[in-house]
Design a protein around this ligand. Structure first.
Ligand SMILES: [Zn+2]
Ligand SMILES: [Zn+2]
Ligand SMILES: [Zn+2]
Length: 274
């Protein structure tokens, strides 16, 4: 499984669109790994998770042909993950040739029910499927299981366990805070080959419980290890960082590195089970 982290920022991007804090100013000058776009994953160039407002840029920066995607999967309806207006450009007035086969789109009810009237009004070449928590579906040849995130109680928020045809298994844990008991119990069914976990808060503790900090991700790694779900050498990658944490990329790398956790940056590629 080859996983590309196309973007690694929290909602407002990094530098934050209207922010002039120290790390945003640093990012504007130094660019490189300190500039982060909105979060999305591309798996084996065929399955994409989320469609953020930076998708146009991602297609250019990473040479992505959206026409060749086999499926699009959504975690939740927050606008840094779900930009429905951009999907209208799959429609008849915006392409020289419509997709030969509609793009299968999967996600929680709020995402699918937002897309449905658009799809019907403009005959968009999208094939819409609502996912149910804990229920595994085969999507683009992967076994995909939505698990309950601890994120925004007003909408359905999924994280995903994905298993490819070789049995390589990945947990994508974004967006979420510390899981509720039922999610931890469900994870006991798995042996994971890699984990990508959000780390929105960086060094900040307390505050909003719907995101994780560095110490939460370290605790998560320990919990997964203690319960035999991962091995000591299983790659753990942190993403979805906010500038509000006040750490540069180098500082995030140093802090997470102490626990052998990778601080992802835009374009980071994780290869597992190959
Ligand atoms: Zn987010
Ligand atoms: Zn800032
Ligand atoms: Zn969110």
């Amino acid at each position: 499984m080859r996983v590309e982290l196309l973007g690694t920022a929290a909602a407002e991007g990094w530098p934050g669109l209207f922010c002039d804090c120290g790390v945003c100013a640093h990012a504007r000058v130094h660019k490189g790994k300190d500039v982060r776009t909105r979060s999305s994953l591309l798996i084996d160039r065929c399955l994409k998770i989320d469609f953020p407002p930076d998708t146009f840029y991602h297609t250019i920066a990473y040479n992505i042909e959206l026409r060749t995607l086999q499926a699009l999967l959504f975690t939740h309806a927050h606008d840094d993950h779900f930009c429905p207006t951009e999907l209208q450009y799959s429609g008849v007035h915006f392409v020289s040739k419509l997709l030969e086969r509609p793009l299968p789109v999967y996600g929680p009810p709020e995402v699918i029910e937002t897309l449905r009237p658009m799809q019907q009004k403009s005959a968009l070449p999208l094939e819409l499927h609502t996912l149910c928590v804990w229920k595994t579906e085969t999507i683009a040849g992967y076994e995909v299981t939505p698990i309950r995130a601890h994120h925004d109680p007003t909408i359905t928020c999924f994280n995903y366990v994905l298993r490819d045809a070789r049995g390589t298994t990945l947990l994508y844990a974004s967006d979420t805070g510390w899981y509720d008991e039922e999610t931890w119990s469900f994870l006991l069914n798995y042996k994971l080959d890699a984990v990508i976990a959000e780390c929105t808060k960086g060094p900040i503790e307390g505050d909003y419980g719907g995101h994780m900090s560095i110490s939460d991700v370290v605790k998560m790694k320990q919990w997964l290890l203690e319960n035999g779900i991962i091995r000591p050498d299983t790659p753990i990658v942190a993403t979805h960082f906010s500038h509000n944490g006040g750490f540069t990329h180098a500082q995030l790398e140093a802090a997470l590195g102490k626990a052998q956790i990778v601080a992802a940056y835009d374009g980071y590629v994780l290869s597992v089970g190959q």
